[in-house]
Ligand binder design. Structure first.
Ligand SMILES: *[C@@H]1O[C@H](CO)[C@@H](O)[C@H](O)[C@H]1NC(C)=O
Ligand SMILES: *[C@@H]1O[C@H](CO)[C@@H](O)[C@H](O)[C@H]1NC(C)=O
Ligand SMILES: *[C@@H]1O[C@H](CO)[C@@H](O)[C@H](O)[C@H]1NC(C)=O
Length: 577
């Protein structure tokens, strides 16, 4: 940014600019402008360009309402929905002062324990039962925690069977947590409880989310003729610092701003790119709450056995209704589980396996598949493109990893497309004219029974208050409702967020806690619509492979099988239901 230049820098810049303007004014008269002069001009230009590169960014508005309400004011109904959604993801705050407390008073996975309930010996477990596990959190001094808010993950798995299922975690807000698992297969099953973040660390993340939406920043290059400048951009910028370019989308009202370049007009914006990550976001004391292997994604041990043996279903459970008089405390139904390394969805669709490319080609024959979103759905495009030799990528000369991308199988009339979502997309460099909002793209689709829409939008929203995400999904939802209205046969599939590998640095921008919250909002906002969900969250949680922003192929294969099972449902089984 200009402000970061020293006095001398500004002076030299002024000299350089004067020279450049002088040259520009004379260009028309210099008929025989030789190559050397041109290249000098380009060098000059790139020096000016780099002088404007945002190295140090300005302090930000630390104001709760600033970012969320920049842009159109939501209607009363929208505000009501927003209130409801925010309430539904309310997270208990640590009941302690000062914040953060000393590390020794914060949750410590080593001192914390879990136990299978009931703790007395002799309980038998059958397929169809529920397993409940009680977790008690302690601090680093071994004292029991008295308040909730820790972020725990629970998994039940049988490595030798390739089986795994996510557990439901219930926060009793007194240092105790219940993890509940349905028992879905026979054999020995192992319980795994992981502390992702202590409640004290979550409080830090929450503060960052509300107060530092600038912690990932963006930039745009402006260019006209020989002049170019780079300025800082974001969803919201302090308006009184310097003039802004307002790129608010005319269709949706989605806000986006850049600082106005000094010499160029706002309509000379060439591209959009991730600018970088703000450093020094947390104090040294807060940093202690984010130690890999200590209090980030560390396992909690069992006080007694950490495994059970699951027996075949009991006779009376086969008849289902017979036990309905007995009240079940909490009935958990995960969206699916792994068995033999394959995902088995519970309820709805029957999973089919697409092990060879010809099965995929048969399924997608005659279809147009439009993928929109972040790199986690681009990964699906890449998987299909690599796995199905008949699908030939059409060279659109798009930048690597950015797109848009297109693959065609003209024999089977298959068209597969990928396009990234609009700002705040954190990709390297997207040209301004490829910067499209998903809802506007959907409005441009005719749709129909041969159209498949696949969306994944979550990873680049974790640095913003949840209101921003709600507003974006609302626009997408409206566009989907219009699409399904005008073309009822259109198949819409949404890929949810998944777990990632996190250390201290990644946590501050992309923690699974942010994703967890966005995921709840995502599920709630598309509930009741004719839209299918691939539960990437549970598919990454239940699997034995390590968490990764871009899940390993074994998981992606299951996700693609799920997608294709939606596109080409098993006819026989479908008719039985
Ligand atoms: C946040 O900013 C808005 C708009 O600039 C202002 O009206 C409001 O009073 C501010 N709130 C706080 C808590 O500073
Ligand atoms: C940007 O433009 C939008 C739509 O034209 C308008 O509603 C909004 O107030 C503008 N923002 C600023 C900061 O002027
Ligand atoms: C696909 O491969 C898996 C694992 O190798 C196998 O268990 C399954 O039966 C195969 N399914 C089909 C339809 O070929």
């Amino acid at each position: 940014m200009c402000r970061s230049l020293s006095k001398y820098g500004i002076f030299f810049l002024f000299l350089a600019l004067t020279g450049l303007i002088f040259l520009l004014r004379n260009i028309h008269t210099l008929e025989s402008l030789n190559c050397r002069t041109v290249s000098t001009l380009y060098k000059l230009q790139s020096r000016i360009h780099s002088a404007f590169t945002p190295e140090r960014t300005p302090p930000f508005y630390h104001n709760h309402t600033f970012c969320g309400h920049l842009g159109q004011k939501p209607s009363p109904e929208d505000e009501l929905e927003e209130r409801y959604l925010l309430d539904s993801i309310a997270w208990p705050e640590p009941l302690t002062r000062p914040m953060p407390p000393p590390l020794r008073q914060t949750s410590d996975p080593v001192h914390s324990l879990f136990a299978i309930l009931p703790t007395k010996e002799g309980r038998e477990w059958h397929v169809g039962d529920q397993l409940e596990v009680l977790v008690q959190m302690h601090d680093f001094q071994g004292r029991p925690k008295r308040y909730g808010g820790d972020f725990l993950l629970a998994r039940l798995h049988s490595p030798e069977l390739g089986a795994g299922v996510a557990g439901d975690v219930l926060d009793h807000r007194n240092g105790f947590y219940s993890a509940v698992f349905p028992l879905l297969w026979m054999g020995s099953a192992l319980i795994e409880i992981t502390l992702v973040h202590s409640s004290e660390a979550v409080a830090v993340l929450r503060r960052l989310r509300e107060e530092r939406p600038d912690r990932v920043f963006f930039k745009s290059l402006f260019r006209s003729g020989f002049l170019s400048e780079t300025t800082l951009c974001n969803m919201c910028l302090p308006p009184d610092e310097q003039p802004l370019c307002n790129y608010t989308d005319p269709h949706t009202g989605e806000p986006w701003y850049c600082y106005k370049p000094k010499m160029l007009s706002c309509d000379t914006r060439i591209n959009h790119a991730k600018g970088g990550y703000q450093k020094h976001l947390i104090t040294n004391k807060e940093a202690l709450l984010f130690q890999s292997g200590v209090n980030i994604k560390a396992h909690i041990h069992a006080s007694g056995p950490d495994r059970i043996n699951v027996l075949p279903p009991k006779k009376d459970q086969l008849g289902m209704e017979s036990s309905s008089t007995k009240p079940e405390p909490i009935k958990v139904t995960p969206s699916g589980y792994y068995y033999g390394g394959s995902w088995r969805p519970l309820g709805g669709v029957t999973m089919r396996q697409f092990n060879d490319s010809s099965a995929i080609t048969q399924c997608l024959r005659g279809k147009v598949i439009n993928m929109y979103g972040d790199s986690t759905v681009r990964q699906w495009f890449e998987y299909l493109n690599a796995f199905v030799p008949e699908l030939k990528e059409f060279n659109l000369h798009s930048p690597k990893n950015v797109g848009p991308f297109m693959a065609v199988d003209s024999t089977h009339n298959i068209l597969l497309k990928y396009r990234c979502h609009g700002p705040p997309i954190r990709f390297s460099t997207v040209t301004s004219n490829e910067l499209h909002y998903i809802s506007n793209e959907l409005d441009g689709l005719p749709g129909g029974p041969d159209t498949v829409v696949v969306l994944s939008i979550w990873a680049h929203f974790s640095t913003f208050p949840v209101e921003i995400y709600i507003r974006r999904l609302r626009h997408i939802r409206r566009a989907l409702v219009r699409l399904l209205d005008r073309a009822p046969g259109t198949l819409v599939v949404i890929r949810s967020a998944n777990l990632q590998a996190i250390d201290q640095e990644v946590s501050l921008y992309n923690s699974d806690w942010f994703s967890l919250q966005l995921n709840s909002v995502l599920r709630a906002m598309f509930k009741g619509l004719d839209i299918l969900l691939v539960d990437a969250w549970q598919m990454s949680l239940a699997h034995h492979l390590p968490h990764a922003l871009h899940p390993p192929p074994a998981i992606v294969k299951n996700m693609i099988d799920m997608l294709l099972s939606f596109v080409c449902p098993d006819k026989k089984k479908h008719q039985q239901n």
